[in-house]
Design a protein. Structure first.
Length: 204
């Protein structure tokens, strides 16, 4: 199943990139390109005949691409009403060399902020999640992973563990169940996460 999971990860990353492009095109009022990108995303969705991770991302992509089906006049009005912050989606996950970058928006300071985690810490956190959540039905809490990572001797600040959780949720590899915790949504988390990492956009 390893290669299937890697393929699913590639599709998830591609759909996330298409979603980001569609939003940029919408913000620029390039409605023809929005429709074109939505068409590509819809074709990708047709290829996702396997695990829940991909179907989750496909639903997100379809929902985000839906504005392309609305009339141009409505899109134009919607675009005018958008604030500069809303023109870009938050959080975003990018890659800067060997670091994962989370780009968020600070409501208090009204500007972007960035959190980073290096690949070694990312892999250590991923390994801890994989060891604890060894079955799809196992519900895990971020605090469990923090404790496990500390036990394994990998120095990872708590906020970076939450960063990894957020990235995996964004790409459909983890699912949150309210306050109970999270479940893994693919058969091989390591392989799927690696494929997503490889497909992340480069940080500018």
């Amino acid at each position: 199943m390893r290669y299937r999971d890697e393929a699913n990860g590639v599709l998830v990353a591609a759909e996330a990139s298409l979603r980001s492009l569609a939003e940029q095109a919408l913000a620029a009022r390039d409605y023809a390109d929005v429709a074109h990108i939505a068409s590509i995303a819809d074709s990708l969705r047709g290829l996702t005949a396997t695990p829940r991770a991909v179907s989750t991302a496909a639903r997100r992509t379809a929902a985000d691409a839906a504005p392309s089906l609305v009339s141009t006049s409505h899109l134009d009005a919607q675009s005018k009403a958008r604030s500069p912050r809303r023109a870009r989606r938050y959080p975003r996950f990018e890659r800067d060399g060997n670091k994962l970058v989370k780009v968020g928006w600070s409501k208090k300071q009204k500007k972007e902020y960035q959190h980073r985690i290096d690949r070694h810490a990312f892999d250590g956190t991923l390994e801890a999640i994989s060891l604890i959540a060894n079955k799809p039905s196992v519900v895990i809490a971020a605090e469990q992973i923090v404790e496990r990572v500390d036990r394994d001797g990998t120095a990872v600040p708590t906020y970076q563990v939450y960063l990894v959780f957020a990235m995996l949720r964004e790409h459909g590899l983890l699912k949150r169940h309210g306050r109970e915790g999270y479940t893994v949504e693919c058969e091989d988390l390591r392989s799927a996460a690696k494929a997503v990492w490889d497909g992340l956009a480069r940080s500018s």
